[in-house]
Design a protein around this ligand. Structure first.
Ligand SMILES: *Cc1c(COP(=O)(O)O)cnc(C)c1O
Length: 228
């Protein structure tokens, strides 16, 4: 077994254990393997071990990897900041975008999503810890942004994403993740019935995220090792 395959197996065990201790059915959480600054050889190793969803943060790097990996049936997720002059490539090349934090970007992605592809799955990124320097929609603006995105014909609003500030204890990790879940609940109550995704939890806090209802955990280091 490759080193990546064995790390992936360890992450899958953590995930199953966290689902079980949260009383959630096995398979309710899936792994997005975050491959930024890792090689296409590393992606191929993880793919061979059964991992088919990969997340990239930097468009140019992602485009080069996609060309090298065109023989694989990868589900590509964009998890970096979307610049408004780069929306066309994002709209054409990805299955999911996790980082929608303003309506202007969402409108461009919808206009530029090719007609022969299914609607682009999107999550709204929420600045859940309300850190001034961080990307994400303020929690108070999430409903307005969801209302705007839901109108866009070529996007499918799937859920919310957050990158909370690092926290030491399990209880501190859970607090912002619980807030994201509450925001999702609020949107569901406002009729946003297509929301089935909470993209939260990384290598260090995946247990807390699963306890709070994560459906996608975004794992880089625990699968691929430290980034170059
Ligand atoms: C890098 C990154 C991750 C993965 O982080 P690790 O600590 O390596 O698991 C998850 N989400 C986002 C948005 C990232 O940029």
């Amino acid at each position: 077994m490759s080193e990546i395959a064995s790390r992936l197996a360890t992450v899958q065990e953590r995930l199953r254990a966290a689902e079980a201790s949260a009383g959630r059915p096995p398979g309710s959480v899936r792994i997005l393997a975050v491959s930024k600054r890792h090689t296409t050889a590393a992606i191929r190793d993880a793919y061979a071990a059964g991992q088919h969803a990969f997340g990239e943060n930097y468009l140019q790097e992602a485009v080069e990897k996609q060309a090298e990996l065109a023989d694989l049936d990868v589900e590509w997720h964009f998890i970096g900041g979307v610049q408004s002059n780069k929306t066309r490539e994002v709209a054409e090349r990805f299955d999911w975008v996790h980082t929608i934090d303003r309506a202007k970007i969402a409108r461009r992605l919808s206009e530029q999503r090719p007609a022969d592809q299914p609607a682009l799955n999107v999550c709204l990124q929420v600045n859940i810890s309300e850190e001034p320097q961080k990307a994400g929609c303020p929690p108070a603006d999430v409903l307005a942004l969801a209302d705007a995105v839901a109108q866009l014909p070529r996007l499918r609003l799937r859920g919310l994403m957050a990158l909370p500030a690092p926290a030491e204890t399990f209880a501190e990790q859970r607090r912002p993740l619980a807030r994201l879940r509450e925001l999702q609940q609020m949107l569901l109550e406002h009729g946003h019935a297509s929301l089935d995704t909470l993209s939260m939890g990384m290598s260090a806090d995946l247990e807390a995220a699963i306890a709070e209802g994560a459906t996608i955990v975004r794992i880089g280091t625990a699968i691929f090792g430290p980034r170059a």
